[in-house]
Design a protein around this ligand. Structure first.
Ligand SMILES: [Zn+2]
Length: 335
């Protein structure tokens, strides 16, 4: 019996190890020293700030604060709560900020994501109602912001396989996991510890915030968040901070990427494809060419006149491009 238990424990620990092993092996690589970077610019980990519901102080406090630190974040709005007419005062707590202000926020580089038209629990609705909540939310954002939303967050994070299928029919990425921020007990030190751990584990952390000072899960005050952003800023060489839609697309493309490489001493021709729907998955991936001591380098994509920018690091070259059939050729001069 003891034996069986040990065996069972061993099996369970193997099973537990499987997803992380698969994740670690997911960034494709070739035996020619060419690989897709785990995260953009070969950073070790990624962080996305997502702010749910469109609380008033997301626009009045959070957006200017993130702007000050140069971080692009994702606001998941509930479009059906925001008055169609900008001059009309919103009656719902999720609808206090007019569309024209959200449009400015989007134009500053932030992402406006879909949190469904009216924020119902999707798992309790039938297919047609789920589809309508997603589709109408998506259409409203597209019409008011001028850009179709890439991503969706399920209201109350209510997720199951049926809903998931309906979500991915209309969005490239959806929030599947999150780390809750906020509340009066929440400190900058705690947030810093969460991000430090994600960095150590080389993973993508998705922070979920709601109100900043007034409303659900508000912090004691905005300085808690600001203290945290100061810490995050010091990690930027190793940590990629970007919108949920950008990191989410990167991760899906990276995990689906196929590389073919022809390399010699001073050049490499690389084809990078994903097999994903190119109209949705069009975010550039970073390709790393290892063991190159380059003095100079250039990269050209077939059929594209302008050269691609190349970053020369101590022992490698970094180039980024949107996956697709056209190959990229790099040439370098060694030191
Ligand atoms: Zn919500």
């Amino acid at each position: 019996m003891k034996y069986t238990l040990t065996l069972l424990a061993a099996l369970l620990s193997m099973l537990a190890a499987l997803p992380s092993a698969a994740a670690a092996a997911s960034a494709p690589t070739t035996d020619q020293g060419v690989r897709v970077a785990r995260f953009k610019a070969d950073r070790e980990a990624a962080l996305s700030f997502t702010l749910d519901d469109g609380w008033e102080d997301n626009a009045t406090i959070a957006a200017p604060l993130f702007d000050r630190y140069g971080f692009h974040v994702t606001f998941f709005l509930v479009p059906g709560m925001i008055p169609l007419d900008d001059n009309e005062k919103g009656t719902h707590k999720y609808g206090q900020i007019p569309w024209r202000r959200w449009k400015q926020i989007a134009e500053a580089g932030h992402e406006i994501g879909n949190h469904t038209l009216q924020h119902p629990g999707l798992t309790k609705l039938d297919d047609a109602a789920v589809r309508a909540q997603i589709e109408e939310g998506r259409q409203r954002i597209t019409e008011k912001i001028g850009v179709a939303p890439v991503s969706l967050a399920n209201p109350g994070n209510g997720r199951d396989d049926r809903v998931r299928k309906l979500v991915y029919a209309q969005h490239a990425v959806a929030r599947e996991f999150e780390t809750g921020y906020g509340g009066k007990e929440f400190t900058a030190a705690r947030a810093n510890g969460l991000v430090d751990a994600a960095l150590q584990q080389k993973r993508w952390m998705v922070a979920m915030l709601h109100a900043i000072e007034n409303g659900y899960a508000a912090f004691t005050n905005a300085s808690v968040l600001e203290e945290h952003l100061k810490h995050v800023q010091t990690l930027q060489g190793r940590l990629w901070v970007d919108t949920f839609g950008n990191v989410g697309r990167y991760v899906k493309e990276r995990d689906a990427a196929q590389l073919t490489v022809q390399r010699d001493a001073t050049s490499a021709t690389i084809t990078l494809t994903t097999g994903l729907d190119a109209s949705r998955f069009n975010y550039p991936l970073t390709v790393v060419i290892e063991k190159v001591q380059a003095a100079s380098a250039e990269a050209k994509r077939e059929g594209v006149a302008a050269p691609l920018p190349v970053t020369i690091a101590a022992d490698r070259l970094l180039v980024e491009w949107v996956p697709g059939a056209a190959p990229v050729t790099l040439r370098w001069r060694t030191k």
